[in-house]
Structures are given as C-alpha cells and as structure tokens.
Write a protein that binds this ligand. Structure first.
Ligand code: HDE
Length: 752
C-alpha cells in the first residue's frame, strides 16, 4: 500500500521531472549550465495545427507523449506484486520443504518469475537488428497543400509527433555501432490522419533494383552460414561474390565504401526515402517526390582505423552519443527537403526514377526545405519502444502514395509480414509505440494478444445492426492515385535499369581527393579480407567501369594487376545530364563550424597548471563542447597551485578514439608525469593520426614532440589542427583550438 510520505515523494519526483525535461547534470557536461528551461505551461496537441512552444523541450509534451502515458508504469512507492497483482512477501527465497529440503512445485511466485524470464527474448529484426531511437516532433515550415493533402504539411508551424529509429543493417542486435554499413533512418509520424512511416537510409540509393533479389543480398552479407562469421561486416567472400556478380550494386557500394559507411554520430547523418514516392493534393493531382533529411550539425564521419578501435572501446558509441545528447537537452535536428518533379520530367531523365540504384542529381531537381524534425525525448524503455516499434513502407496517409519501383513493391509486403513473427501475431499495431493517436476502427477481430475490447455484435460491413458503422470515408479517406496502366504481364526490367555505372562514376567524380582516397581504402580493406582471389579480381574488373583511377589504386593496394573491364550490360547508356554534383560530397554539409556537443579530453596529472586547465575547460564548455578530464587514475588531481579537482576518466577507460580533440595543459611537473606514460604518447599519436584537433599549452609542447606529432604538414604548411600556445597565452590559444575543432577533422595530415 502507498504510504502518504511515499506518495508525496513520488509527486515531488514527478514535478521535478516535469520542470527539467532533460537531465540537468548531463546538460552540464555539454556546457548548458543556463539551459534548463522552466516547466512547460502549454501543451501541444495534434489537434492544434499551429501549436507553438517557447522551448524545444516543451514540445516534448506532445500528443504522442500523452497518448503513451496510459501505458507507462512507474514503480516508485509501489509494493512488489506478481503479474496477477498479488503482493509478494519474499522475493529472495523459493518455497522449500525444510530449509535444506527440496523446492516445492507449489511455489507459483518462483514459477511465474522464471517462466516470464524464460520468454523475455523475441526474434531480432532479420536486417536492421541493431538500432537506437528517440521521440520528437516534425514542424512544417509552410503549407504544402499545392502538392499534398498529407496531414503534417497542411499548415505552417503544424507539429506532428514522431518516433525515429536509426540502425545498422547487417549486424545482430548486440553488434558494434561503428561497423562499416548503411544506417537505417526510419521515422514514424503520428499524424492526425493515421501513422505515416518514412522508412529510409542514410544513403540515397540501394544495392538492388528488384525485391526478388533481397533475400539473396541479405544472405550474402550476413555472417556466413557454416561458421557464423563475420559479425556486422561486409568484408567477406559471400558478400563480394554476390556484389561482383550483380553490377547493379556498384553505385551503392561506392557510397558504403565512402566515409558515409562510418558516421561520427547518428546526429550527423543524412536520411533519404530512397524510392520515388508520390504526393497527391486535395484535387487528386500527383507529383513524384524524393525525401531528404539534412542534419543541422552537418555530415561528419570517422576514419576507418578509428572506427575499428571504437568498436573495442565503446561498441555503443552511436547509441550513447544520441542518448546523452538528448539527455543534455542538445536536441538533434534535421531539415526535411523534397525533390518534387513531374511524370514528364521523369520521362526525360537519362535514368529511370523507378530504379532505386539511381538518385536524382540536385542540379536536375533542387531540394525544397519543407520542415524540421527535432528529437527531444529519449524512450522510457528500450524494449517497449525501440525494439517493439514496427515500421512499414505501406503505412502511408492520404496525400502520400507510391511509385511503381519494384523494390518498393516488395517492401510493402515484407514489413508487415516480418512483424507477425517478430512481435508474435497480427495485433502488433496495438503495442503502444505502434498505435496511432486516433484509435483504429474496423471489423478486424481477435488474434493473439488482442488488447482492444470491441463492443456490440457487429463485426462486418455492410451492416444495418450497427447503424452502418464504422463507415467508409469515401473521398475523405485514402484513395489510391488512379495511375493508368498498360503492358503485358512479364518478368524483366526497363532498359535504363541496365546502366550500372554512370551514377557510380558521377558519385566518385564528385568527391574531394581525400574522399576518393578513403573510398579506395574502403575497397582495399574489404577485398583484402577475401579468401578467394577470383572474387577480388572480378570486383576490381567491375570498378574499372567506374573509374580507371579507382581500379588502379585498389588493385595496387591488393597487389594485383588491373584486370580487364567487366563487360557492361548496356554498352551505350544515355549520356548523363551532369558528370559531377557537389551535393554528393560529405564536405557539402560542414555544419555551422561550431563545436556544440563535440567531446574534448584534457589530459591531466598531478602538477599540471590548474589555471590552464580551468581556462580551457570554461571556454570549451561555453562553446558547448563536452569536456572530460582524463588522468592516469580516478580521484583528485593536485595541480601545481590551487585547489585539487577530480578526474572524470582514466587513460585506461577513455582511449583517444572517443574524443574529437585533446588539450594538453601547461605545468612542468604535470607534463613530466604525462611524458612518462606510454598511454599518453599513444593518445597523442592516435589523435594526430586520425586528423583530430590538438592543443598544447606552454610546457606540454614537449609531449607533442615526444609523440612524434609534427606541427607542420608534409607540404611544409602549418597544420591547421595543431595549436601550440605559448605559456601565458592560454585564452587566445584555446580560442584558436575551438575554431580548428569546428572543422571537425584535418584530413590534410593524411597526405604525409
Ligand atoms: Fe528494409 N526491411 N527491406 N530497406 N529496412 C526491414 O523490417 C526489406 C530496404 C529499412 O528501424 C525489415 O521491421 C525488403 C530499403 C530500415 O525497425 C524487413 C527490401 C531501405 C529498416 C525489411 C528492403 C530499407 C528496415 C526487417 C527490398 C531504405 C529498419 C525488420 C525489397 C529505403 C526499420 C523490419 C526499423 C527493416 C525488408 C530494402 C530500410 C525484413 C524486402 C531500400 C531503415 O521487413
């Protein structure tokens, strides 16, 4: 039973949680001392089309959030019970005949507890098993009524709650976050007119053109079936065997081998709907559309050596980054943009818009920004929300419709079908995270785990006994776009689908020199892992059709001669409209040059100059970075003068790959202590090697020298990512460091 003090405690805890929608302690790590917002006054409901809130965290009180309230359970102040609600007296000991005697079958409390435990696991997703998700909202900039009647786009400022899940594709549920892979980017919009799922990826094209090939693709990339290796990796024979025999994969291979395959953060990836969809307006007119999500923080990636080491240091690297940023009130944000085009435009393109291995260069159809998505609330429970959320491309609302893309067609079937096994029956739409805001009304009945209790004796339509209810909505409901069709029933592909290389070349030629080098490095690494040389050679012969330069670089890295070009399926493809497109480079979206939410280590030991630590820490926090004081051991650090301060991490538990930059403070004694440690040398040389930003203050310049990290580039120019500050000039040096860190990385170092 609830005692009054417990009830009071609970009320106080709830009031506190409402007053501080994000975690104030975490916010401090991100330099947000003053960012705690007052308790929200107004609530935002899906019924108020132009709802506005004065802070982003207020929008947390969204229609979906309150809709989920009924399903939330909170144990504070409550007594422990069985699943039947019976209070449990002793949760430590099973029921026995004598203290040393046998345990009794009668012990229903033990049996219930163990039985439930035995059934805790559900099948993981066949692909995209590893994922991380958050709640948030979509806000439309302007009404898009000329193009679509879809609820989220009907008014400027209109708020629609969303739940967004990011994922890797190949790895199992517990696999590492920084594997080289595509990232899933799936958004569930809880619109006023039902749920709309935009189930996309961080790469705008896909490996294959027809759903018929999907099981083969997935079987090829998953761990090889005889020995179950490798985990979360495409660097093995079966994947490249399939890929090299299916040249339609080439364009997407280029993207995955680029730095897009190893993002720095899920908050720094683009998202794409991939397929051509349709927008349909209230008059029933249709336009084709491609969906683009653009991250406010810009697009940033890891380098391969770093990604590999992060896998060991923190295999939850992306999940933790997303969670902690949201906890701190550092809400990630994306702009939604649309490429809208007509059927006539599509006819004229050199490629087929129904082919998911092709993109539409922005030079042909610009991306129109239409709204923003902010993720501002972490899930309450990983399993209930992130694991049980069920996306499906067929979940659309009036105003959104499909194209004839044959890959999309297969997805329409697959997603619902797979949930029936994964979530144990046809009623998965009733799981709170999947339920639309307006409760569904229809005559579907029964099935495993049914939650709703439909009333009355009518479960059919048409009916008179139920007054004809629920009744059809007619034109107000979903009406499929009446696209005229013609043609014979047959298996095959349109001709332009056979052009497998033009856009792979477009992508490669649109990259900067350093990105091209990384693409070659990606292919070199993956192909070097193969045990069958013929597959290696076949793949390189395909790359010759993309770029002779690329094929030659990869071949040299593999120690083989450049093979003859693979014969093309289409000898004379239509000439492309553009041969380079700036938007295809990761450099096209550098972000705002700020360092908000970047992670910086200050290496400290007894005897460092406390003032230089404090100055750097304060300036970095003021700029929004997370600052970590990394020492040889935990506990207090005694600076040369002034008060001791606590280390927040150790050289052992916080390796260099977890940080975007490092600060080495002044202080002769401290520098001497750090100089004696191999971990410090390793820290500096890894940061240097991975293109990170380094700051050496005063005496610590010696550490940089000892670690062999040169302040000059091979070209003889000063390294823009290496800031050496003279003693007593800490503040300007830290300011330079902050500017340099805003570049994210200094790849020019790789030239030598
Ligand atoms: Fe998926 N995909 N897919 N896919 N996909 C699944 O659905 C499938 C494709 C994507 O966070 C599965 O619920 C087929 C393209 C994401 O829960 C499954 C084909 C794109 C997610 C499935 C494709 C995607 C999935 C596995 C080719 C980018 C994770 C579990 C015809 C536009 C969603 C599940 C989440 C998940 C089938 C191709 C994105 C088996 C048959 C192209 C982001 O149904």
């Amino acid at each position: 039973a609830k005692s009054p003090p417990q009830a009071e405690q609970r009320a106080a805890a709830q009031a506190l949680a409402a007053a501080m929608p994000h975690n104030a302690n975490k916010a401090l790590d991100f330099g947000r001392e003053n960012a705690v917002t007052p308790p929200p006054g107004a609530t935002v409901s899906s019924d108020s089309p132009t709802a506005s809130a004065s802070t982003l965290s207020e929008v947390n009180v969204s229609a979906k959030s309150s809709h989920l309230d009924g399903a939330r359970s909170d144990a504070s102040g409550q007594v422990l019970t069985t699943n039947q609600g019976v209070a449990i007296g002793d949760n430590q000991n099973s029921l026995k005949a004598g203290l040393r005697g046998p345990t009794l079958l009668e012990d229903f409390i033990l049996r219930e507890k163990i039985t439930h435990f035995d059934h805790e696991r559900i099948p993981e997703r066949i692909v995209h098993a590893r994922g991380s998700a958050a709640h948030g909202f979509f806000e439309a900039y302007e009404p898009m009524t000329a193009f679509t009647r879809a609820a989220p786009f009907q008014a400027a400022g209109k708020i629609t709650p969303v739940f967004t899940r990011f994922s890797t594709v190949a790895g199992e549920r517990g696999s590492t976050d920084t594997a080289r892979d595509i990232r899933g980017f799936a958004v569930k919009f809880y619109t006023d007119e039902g749920n709309w799922d935009l189930v996309g990826n961080n790469i705008p094209v896909f490996f294959i053109q027809d759903a018929m090939k999907f099981p083969d693709l997935v079987h090829a990339v998953k761990p090889e079936p005889h020995h179950g290796m490798p985990q979360a990796a495409s660097a093995h024979d079966t994947f490249w065997d399939f890929a090299s025999l299916s040249p339609e994969t080439t364009h997407t291979l280029m993207w995955v081998m680029s730095d897009r395959g190893i993002p720095r953060s899920l908050r720094m990836i683009q998202g794409f709907g991939v397929h051509t969809y349709r927008l349909v307006n209230a008059a029933g007119e249709s336009h084709f559309v491609k969906f683009h999500w653009t991250p406010k923080l810009g697009t940033h990636s890891l380098v391969w050596d770093e990604a590999v080491k992060i896998s060991g240091a923190d295999s939850d690297f992306h999940r933790r980054d997303l969670w902690e940023a949201i906890e701190a009130g550092e809400y990630p944000e994306w702009e939604l943009g649309l490429q809208i085009f007509t059927e006539a435009q599509a006819e004229a393109f050199s490629f087929d818009v129904l082919d998911a291995t092709k993109l539409i260069p922005e030079e042909l159809v610009p991306v129109t920004p239409v709204g923003r998505m902010v993720l501002n609330r972490n899930p309450d429970n990983f399993f209930a929300e992130t694991e049980q959320v069920a996306f499906c491309t067929a979940h659309v609302v009036p105003g959104i419709d499909f194209s004839n893309d044959p890959l999309l067609a297969g997805r329409m079937h697959s997603y619902i079908d797979t949930q029936i096994t994964r979530l144990g029956g046809a009623n998965f739409h009733e799981i709170p995270i999947n339920a639309p805001i307006k409760p569904p009304q229809n005559n579907q009945r029964d099935g495993l785990h049914r939650q709703a209790i439909p009333r009355g004796r009518v479960a059919y339509e048409p009916n008179s006994l139920g007054g004809g209810c629920p009744f059809q909505a007619g034109a107000a409901g979903f009406v499929s776009f009446p696209q005229p069709l013609e043609g014979d029933k047959l298996r095959g592909k349109p001709e332009k689908f056979a052009d497998h290389y033009t856009q792979a070349t477009l992508f490669y030629e649109s990259q900067t020199a350093i990105e091209k080098a990384h693409i070659a490095g990606g292919f070199r690494f993956e192909l070097s892992k193969l045990t069958v040389p013929a597959i290696r050679e076949r793949m390189v012969s395909s790359l010759v059709n993309v770029s002779e330069e690329l094929a030659a670089t990869v071949a040299a890295g593999l120690g083989i001669a450049v093979p003859k070009a693979m014969p093309k399926a289409l000898a004379h493809p239509t000439a492309p409209e553009v041969t380079t497109s700036a938007a295809l480079s990761l450099m096209a979206l550098p972000g705002d040059g700020g360092i908000r939410s970047r992670s910086v280590a200050i290496l400290v030991a007894d005897g460092v100059d406390g003032k230089s630590v404090a100055t750097a820490q304060a300036a970095l926090r003021a700029a929004g970075a997370q600052v970590h004081l990394i020492a040889p051991r935990l506990g207090p650090v005694n600076p040369a003068s002034g008060e001791p301060f606590d280390a927040t991490g150790t050289l052992e538990n916080s390796p260099p790959v977890l940080f975007d930059g490092v600060v080495l403070p002044d202080g002769a004694a401290g520098v001497k202590a750090l100089a004696a440690l191999i971990e410090v040398m390793d820290f500096i040389s890894n940061q240097h090697r991975h293109g990170k930003t380094l700051l050496a203050l005063g005496a610590s310049k010696a550490l940089i020298e000892q670690a062999g990290a040169s302040p000059t580039l091979a070209s003889g120019e000063a390294d823009p990512g290496m800031v050496i500050g003279a003693a007593a000039k800490t503040a300007p040096a830290v300011a330079d460091f902050i500017t340099a860190l805003g570049r994210h990385r200094h790849p020019e170092r790789e030239a030598g």
